[in-house]
Write a protein of this length. Structure first.
Length: 70
């Protein structure tokens, strides 16, 4: 970002200043958590589930509670 400011505005900016401004505005850099590889067995189980339940009518899904446990 400091190089972008220099080329765009002709002003040099201290990298620490950029970090401070980003932190103040609630931007925090994080590395995303790695996801496990989907094995062949798990992939087949997911496909079987999708085929079994994928064509259920809307009324069926109105009585289901979906939870993301991650």
């Amino acid at each position: 970002m400091t190089l972008q400011c220099k080329s765009r505005f002709g002003k040099s900016v201290n990298p620490e200043t950029v970090r401070n401004v980003l932190r103040k505005r609630k931007y925090h850099g994080r590395v995303p958590q790695r996801k496990p590889y989907i094995s062949k067995t798990n992939r087949q189980a997911r496909l079987a589930f999708a085929k079994m339940y994928g064509r259920q009518p809307t009324e069926y899904w109105e009585n289901i509670i979906c939870v993301d446990e991650s």
